[in-house]
Write a protein that binds this ligand. Structure first.
Ligand code: 3H9
Length: 687
């Protein structure tokens, strides 16, 4: 069995090697091994320096997240780092991969830091609802100043070696063999007899209150609802005003307090859930993956274009196919413009733009798919058109090519049957804008082969996306759950709520925007078309709540047309519109609905519990295998507030008995059709 920590020596230079895959997290075994190495360094007079090195793909990527909820075993990270810093003999950190969280803190406690040219540094703690708790907010300002400390510890950004070196966070970068460079460095300082340089002995920068106040305002705006960035700032401010020992103690106290918070539990749950969804029943590491180098995208509307740019950015060859020269030119012009804008904004450089453009070939001829390993269909949501297309793909695509549809709600099994290649067919459902949104729903049809699912999941990861596997149903995970929220929103309008009140409640809850502002952004015309296409699936009451159709008929097409639910003035800002209120009032009068006052709590519960109930039903029906799929999909697909952990995590935190009681009340009031009973919810536990 491999040792987690091994000690070796080369003359006067000792090396401690950490080998704790996959990311060398600073687990109890790693900490114990490091403490033992320090003992040997202390007790052996012939040793004069120690190198800390990690095996595998990275230096320590942080404390071990899986140990957070258990008892704290000794030695704890802050004490271990204090021991390293206090060592009378120099300790050198050899840095490669992602030096994150407690790993970076440990490096800052060392007396020198030598890094590979492509190393990355950061404090991702805020993404876990905590703050650096082993000196990050105390040592970083002393080494690298306040702006970088804020960027890393408050905003959770990462920097590369060059930036880290320029700021003083590390001492040297090597392009050559890292081990050789560190060994040479160690020998040189031993030869010179240089004493250890301790970060704690450096002067603290002055507290720049203007900078700190601005950072606080930014955090309140950009990381809205999240406590950790503000706590990180609190630790930084304290550190600037106190001596090192007091600052370290306060930082650790704040970190432990944050670990115990519901926000941190929710964020850590999501971190693990986002990785757990990669392991889905029937798919395992031994499942073969089909090679995908060339992808054809058919249909170059908004979604198709986003998919093309995402694929090209990830280095794939793309065949972009439109139905006419006109749509092809339109799409090509739009994509070229978007790439040029990315250059202007400094997001990519000119060679990268040329590279991406070179990877895409354009065609109006469907037979161009013949060379593709994967075909992603993204044409309009018309069943007959898609079925005809899949029938054609069945005869044109090369044997073994994967046939994927980006449909939002059509029956994938029917498309699979039409293709004549059901085992090769699946869904790859992207979210708008496809180049930004992290989620891809990988939809497994009745006959989809396991290696097809494994291949599209692997591809999604390559695209920087999170793939969640869903079975076939109307709307899959996100749109199916969202449809229940929209339904309740329309019913609440009939019953007495205003669009603005509903949007406000959801924004207060933590969503980036409410359903009506979102509707205006997506376009009322689009929603009207979807409503028409789905008319046969609507209940009489849903048909009656035809506000979208009324807005469409009035030419209120949303933000683009200057009015939708809201009115948009010259400044483009959404303003509640009395015309919409009049439309809703007239609707109520026409249908003899008595509108009443509706509380914020009722709005929140109706909208969120409708999603919770539907999420539970997705588990009941086996559309997803676990609650994790739901939470990951809703956070990454529609911006369910990350710090609440996803709808099912949040419901469990609220107390599922209470949630189930409320749902039962809604069932009594609104009927079984809308609030069907879920056995999974009845079990009283999602996790
Ligand atoms: C901290 O340090 C607190 C201190 O300030 C204070 C203490 C007092 N622990 O992401 P991947 C697992 S907080 C345990 O797919 P990649 C992960 O679950 C920590 N496990 O790989 C997965 O396991 P599985 C601050 C961890 O190559 C596997 O590694 N540090 C940890 O795409 C592969 O992960 C962070 O927040 C961990 N810390 O990305 C770093 N990290 O295969 C969080 C990962 O069983 N980690 N695992 O599902 C990351 O950002 C990415 O994992 C990393 C690699 C960039 C390192």
């Amino acid at each position: 069995m491999r040792e987690t920590v091994t000690f070796s020596r080369d003359g006067a230079i000792a090396t401690v090697l950490i080998d704790n895959p996959p990311v060398n997290a600073a687990s109890a075994a790693v900490r114990t091994g490091l403490a033992a190495a320090l003992d040997r360094l202390d007790s052996d007079d012939s040793l004069q320096a120690l190198i800390i090195r990690c095996a595998g793909r990275t230096f320590i990527a942080g404390a071990d997240i899986k140990e957070f909820d258990g008892p704290q075993t000794e030695p704890q990270l802050p004490e271990l780092i204090a021991r390293i810093e206090a060592s009378a003999k120099p300790v050198i950190a050899e840095l490669h991969g992602t030096i994150l969280g407690g790993g970076l803190e440990l490096a800052l406690g060392c007396h020198a830091r030598i890094a590979a040219h492509d190393a990355q540094f950061g404090f991702p703690e805020v993404r876990l609802g905590i703050i650096p708790g082993a000196g990050g907010t105390v040592r970083t300002p002393r080494l690298a100043g306040l702006p970088l400390t804020i960027s890393l510890a408050v905003e959770g950004k990462q920097v590369g070696s060059e930036e880290a070196l320029a700021a003083g966070l590390i001492d040297r970068i090597t392009d050559g063999a890292l081990e050789t460079a560190t060994a040479e460095f160690a020998r040189a300082i031993v030869a010179k007899g240089e004493p250890p340089r301790r970060t704690r002995d450096l002067p603290s920068p002055v507290a720049d209150n203007e900078l700190l106040d601005a950072a606080e305002q930014t955090a309140r705006r950009r990381q809205r609802g999240q406590d950790a960035p503000l706590i990180a700032l609190q630790a930084i401010r304290f550190g600037l005003a106190h001596d090192v020992d007091a600052a370290l103690a306060e930082e650790h106290r704040l970190c432990r307090q944050a670990i115990a918070s519901p926000q941190s539990s929710a964020l850590r749950h999501l971190f693990l859930a986002e990785r757990a969804v990669a392991r889905t029943p029937g798919i395992n590491p031994a499942t073969p993956v089909r090679p995908i180098n060339q992808v054809a995208v058919i249909g170059l509307g908004t979604m198709g274009r986003g998919i093309v740019t995402t694929l090209a950015a990830a280095g794939l060859k793309v065949i972009a196919i439109a139905r006419s020269d006109e749509s092809l030119t339109k799409a090509r012009t739009a994509i070229d413009k978007a790439w040029a804008q990315s250059v202007t904004r400094g997001q990519i450089d000119e060679p990268a733009r040329i590279d991406r453009a070179d990877r895409v070939s354009w065609s109006t001829d469907l037979s161009a798919v013949a060379g593709a390993d994967l075909v992603i269909e993204s044409v309009g949501e018309v069943r007959e058109i898609k079925e005809a297309l899949f029938a054609a793909l069945g005869s044109i695509a090369k044997p073994g090519a994967i046939l994927a549809t980006n449909t939002s709600y059509l029956d994938i099994d029917a498309l699979a049957a039409a293709s004549g290649r059901p085992a090769d067919t699946c869904g790859m459902h992207f979210f708008n804008p496809a180049d930004v949104m992290k989620l891809v729903e990988c939809v497994r049809g009745k006959a989809t082969a396991p290696d097809v699912v494994a291949s599209v999941m692997a591809l999604s990861k390559r695209l920087g996306k999170i793939a969640v596997v869903s079975g076939v149903c109307d709307g899959f995970i996100v749109n199916r759950m969202l449809a229940k929220r929209s339904r309740e929103a329309y019913f609440l309008l009939e019953e007495g709520a205003s669009p603005w009140a509903i949007d406000r409640v959801l924004v207060d809850f933590g969503f980036p925007m409410g359903p009506f502002a979102l509707g205006d952004l997506a376009g009322i015309d689009l929603q009207h078309t979807v409503r028409q296409a789905r008319a046969d699936r609507l209940t009489p009451r849903e048909k009656r709540a035809d506000f979208v159709d009324q807005l469409f008929a009035a030419g209120r097409l949303g933000r683009r047309s200057g009015a939708g639910w809201y009115a948009y003035g010259e400044d483009g800002k959404a303003k509640p519109d009395p015309m919409t209120e009049a439309l809703i009032a007239a609707h109520a009068t026409k249908h003899a609905i008595k509108r009443v006052e509706i509380t914020d709590e009722e709005i929140r519960d109706r909208l969120i519990f409708a999603m919770v109930n539907e999420g539970a039903r997705l588990i009941d029906e086996g559309i997803v295998s676990r609650a994790q799929e739901i939470d990951v999909a809703m956070v990454n697909g529609i911006g369910f507030p990350r710090h609440l952990g996803g709808p099912l995590w949040w419901a469990q935190e609220m107390g599922l008995t209470g949630v189930a009681d409320k749902i039962a009340r809604f069932r009594d009031e609104q009927g079984d059709t809308y609030w069907p009973t879920s056995p999974t919810l009845g079990k009283g536990q999602f996790y």
